[in-house]
Design a protein around this ligand. Structure first.
Ligand code: SAM
Length: 205
């Protein structure tokens, strides 16, 4: 079981966002796909707090998939499916065989700043296909706004990420909004979170 200290710090805030946006639909079972699940800590917490959602975790790495499996086994989570290999930069037809319009929610936590623009493109075009009408795409991370990154800790984070991989870095909210628009999604809300991170909520039209 991998352990991310950041995931231990931010899961409660993320749960509050999810509870807020999904509460009105809690009378029915929803289906949520998580992209880039990482350790599996988030999906387990979400499942405990939101029992009316069936969760499909996913990641590109085997290490993450093994960690997610270990968390599922350790917590006896009933509403978390076994993780699947899913590369968000691939066309949605390769998204683990998930059918079109099958998801009520797609969530990607700290994925966009740790991946290439191709992944952002894939994420939005895939979410546009895989979400049901009115379904929600929720991204969480640190962002640039109109090409500007503030405050200095986020500037530093952006520099560090680009040093690790020139294709990584804080994505610009305006660019994401355009990608979303081109994929049939509209950015509906931006929620300020801890440490200058934000949750962005997009709705499938
Ligand atoms: C910074 S970690 C975040 C993990 C987790 N969501 C969290 O917040 O703790 C980024 C994760 O995205 C995964 N990832 C990177 N590129 C990806 C891609 N193209 N498609 C799906 N997952 C990807 C990595 O393997 C890693 O687990």
């Amino acid at each position: 079981m991998l352990l991310s200290p950041q995931a231990e710090r931010n899961w409660e805030g993320l749960c509050s966002v999810l509870e807020d946006v999904l509460e009105a639909q809690s009378h029915r079972q929803l289906f949520a796909l998580e992209l880039g699940s990482g350790t599996g800590q988030h999906v387990i917490r979400f499942a405990q707090k939101l029992p009316f959602v069936t969760w499909q975790p996913s990641d590109v790495t085997e290490e993450s998939q093994n960690s997610i499996k270990a968390y599922i086994a350790a917590t006896h989570a009933k509403t978390v499916l076994q993780p699947v290999h899913l590369d968000a930069s691939e066309p949605w037809e390769k998204w683990a065989g998930l059918p079109r319009s099958s998801c009520d929610v797609v969530i990607a936590i700290n994925l966009l700043q740790y991946s290439s623009f191709k992944t952002a493109q894939g994420l939005f075009s895939g979410a546009g296909q895989i979400l049901k009408q009115n379904g929600l795409l929720i991204t969480y991370g640190a962002y640039a706004i109109n090409g500007i990154i503030t405050p200095s800790c986020n500037e530093q984070l952006d520099e560090e990420l680009r040093k690790l991989n020139p294709e990584w870095g804080l994505p610009d909210i305006d660019v994401l909004r355009q990608l979303a628009y081109g994929s049939g999604l509209r950015m509906e809300r931006m929620v300020e979170m801890e440490e200058y991170y934000k949750s962005l909520i997009f709705r499938r039209l």
